[in-house]
Design a protein around this ligand. Structure first.
Ligand code: SAH
Length: 340
């Protein structure tokens, strides 16, 4: 039972059976979403009896905050949470002058098992429930006593393989009765699950959709993203074009640069051919090394050459600067050994 899930019939039932007025629920939501309280005791407009009753019957939050690690530059914080069943997930807060972005997990572990990524190394355990996705936001807001401005589904897991829960959580994140974070400030990153992209298109949510492209052709892509064997790039790109036609939202392509795997100028040329007809941006992510993996980040020169070529071709190129690598909170570094 969770107060973050408006569909939770058990809570309605409990309120009814205990003759608690419906508007109390609204008051509780207000404490949770706008006042960042940690306990029922702090909900001072509820009356002592009601607070006691709630304490006896509910846990306000199911996630337990285990540890927080902060990077030296104080711009990144990694939160480790324990779920009710003992499994662990991580979320990463990234601060900039204008944004407070939370990178959240959608699954425990990951089934996709990209060869360069830490998240799938220990396999897949389970999908997160709607309230488990949302509690990451609540508990981090609690910690900083402030509102988050942007949410990215770029933590552990493949969000399009837990799409129903991800969509329900987005409904609550963006609702003015919930966190009131505009859908335009919410991003989903996917390895390219065609059925999921089609479903997103039908929903026509104004979110940002990012494709972890990482290679200019199927052959290289399948070496580093074995799960990609299920879908041809051609089909993924077609579904993204359709998605754009309906939603009118630019697509963001993510491209990790890994030395001698996908970082030649020839790769950049092929990449350009692949995406030149898209209204899109391309986000270059210099590889973040993971212990025991043989992949390397290319030299600064090679990264620059790759980037300059794409810029010369008039693509909208950004480079993601690694933040939080000193606390293993950078892209692809989230892995929880204790889960398994
Ligand atoms: N499953 C989704 C969500 C994960 S998002 C997806 O694949 O898009 C995390 C992003 O970080 C993805 O683009 C992923 O490919 C990238 N990533 C994973 N490992 C990385 C690493 N070691 N260095 C840099 N980026 C990495």
């Amino acid at each position: 039972m969770s107060f973050l899930n408006p569909e939770d019939q058990k809570i309605f039932k409990f309120f009814e059976e205990n003759n608690i007025a419906k508007f109390r629920l609204k008051q509780i939501h207000d404490w949770i979403f706008s006042k960042y309280v940690k306990t029922f005791d702090e909900m001072t407009n509820l009356g002592l009896d009601l607070r006691e009753k709630l304490k006896k019957n509910f846990h306000l939050y199911s996630l337990k905050l285990k540890t927080i690690q902060e990077s030296k530059d104080e711009q990144t914080k990694k939160y480790l949470f324990e779920l009710k069943d003992g499994s662990l997930i991580e979320s990463v807060l990234i601060l900039s002058e204008t944004r407070k972005t939370l990178c959240i997990s959608s699954q425990v572990g990951c089934i996709v098992k990209c060869t360069f990524c830490a998240s799938g190394k220990n396999g897949f355990f389970r999908n997160l429930e709607v309230f488990e996705i949302l509690e990451q936001i609540v508990l981090v807001s609690n910690d900083i006593q402030d509102r988050l401005t942007n949410i990215v589904f770029m933590g552990m897991g493949e969000p399009l393989l837990n799409l129903d829960n991800v969509l329900s959580s987005i409904d609550i994140m963006s609702s003015d009765k919930g966190f009131n974070i505009s859908k335009r400030k919410i991003s989903i990153s996917t390895v390219g699950i065609v059925e999921g992209i089609e479903k997103l298109k039908e929903k026509n949510y104004q979110i940002n959709l990012c494709l972890s492209l990482h290679a200019p052709d199927d052959s290289i892509r399948r070496q580093i993203i074995p799960y990609a064997k299920k879908y041809k790039l051609e089909d993924i790109l077609k579904s993204l074009q359709d998605y754009f036609l309906v939603t009118k939202r630019d697509i963001a392509f993510e491209y990790i640069l890994i030395e001698n795997v996908n970082d030649d100028i020839d790769h950049a040329k092929k990449l350009y051919e692949l995406i030149k007809n898209f209204q899109c941006s391309i986000n270059l992510i210099p590889y973040n090394p993971i212990p025991n993996l043989n992949y390397k980040r290319p030299s600064h020169q090679r990264i620059l050459a790759f980037k300059s070529f794409l810029e010369k071709m008039n693509l909208n190129v950004t480079q993601r600067y690694t933040k939080g690598d000193d606390i293993s909170a950078a892209c692809g570094q989230l892995a929880i050994k204790q889960n398994f």
